[in-house]
Design a protein around this ligand. Structure first.
Ligand SMILES: C[S@@+](CC[C@H](N)C(=O)[O-])C[C@H]1O[C@@H](n2cnc3c(N)ncnc32)[C@H](O)[C@@H]1O
Length: 234
């Protein structure tokens, strides 16, 4: 879709949405009709080959009640509600997303949880000028953004990490060469996910400007298909 396509110019759901979102992920994350259909647990379970609960738990296990948590992008299904629930009323849960319809869905899921806030913002430059976050999580965002955005997001997160804080990245990783899902994902990446393959070839730490100032602990799942990286300051 070109920038002057009527769908983009006359529709508030497209206002200020980055080009890579409208060009690559319109049906997946921007078009409200599609989003209404896709925002459910079964979609996440299917996309993650049944590993959704394991991967979500690997993030949720890092949350302690009363923490200040920033989740940098919305995720389909109930993950954001579960994360906010775990934070609880003694803490703070901030969810950012760059796409209006995703902000709308996230806001509905977090309604009534007064310690939660949904903010329309780009994870590449959202800056919290209040008390720093204890935990910042990127759950399957990096593989969906171009290389320069990956670098900006990783560094924006790390720049805001206090001495005691923790960043959690859950995302794709290079599968074991014999893993059958690796071959399926090669096809999916070539067809639908042009920015995902980079995470097969690069460590998340390689996007950081000052990687040496941090401790990087990586755990892989499902024969290397997925990774969770926990980052703390040294
Ligand atoms: C977290 S990722 C994918 C998660 C997973 N595949 C799922 O099942 O939802 C998708 C979200 O990232 C958001 N997003 C994309 N680029 C972003 C950015 N630069 N900053 C914040 N959110 C972004 C999209 O609007 C979308 O809601």
């Amino acid at each position: 879709m070109t920038r002057n396509h009527p769908k983009l110019t006359e529709n508030p759901y497209y206002e200020g949405v980055p080009d890579y979102m409208t060009e690559v992920y319109d049906w997946a994350y921007v078009d409200p009709d599609w989003v209404k259909f896709l925002d459910r647990n079964i979609v996440v379970t299917t996309l993650l080959f049944g590993n959704d609960q394991r991967l979500m738990k690997s993030y949720l296990a890092e949350i302690e009640p009363g923490m200040r948590v920033w989740q940098v992008a919305h995720v389909y299904g109930d993950l954001v509600a579960r994360a906010a629930e775990k934070v609880g009323p003694a803490g703070v849960f901030h969810l950012t997303d760059v796409t209006p319809i995703q902000v709308e869905h996230g806001s509905k899921k977090l309604a009534g949880k007064h310690w939660s806030r949904v903010i329309r913002a780009d994870a590449a430059n959202w800056y919290n000028d209040d008390t720093p976050y204890d935990l910042i999580c990127s759950f399957f965002l990096l593989h969906e953004v171009p290389e320069d955005r990956k670098e900006q997001i990783v560094n924006n997160i790390l720049d805001q990490l206090p001495a005691h804080g923790k960043a959690v990245f859950v995302d794709y990783h290079r599968p074991h060469p014999l893993h059958p899902v690796g071959w399926i994902l090669r096809g999916v990446n070539a067809w639908l996910e042009p920015f995902a393959k980079a995470l097969w070839d690069r460590e998340i730490s390689s996007y950081a400007h000052d990687a040496d100032r941090f401790e990087w602990k990586k755990q892989t799942f499902f024969g290397g298909v997925y990774q969770r990286v926990i980052v703390t300051r040294k």
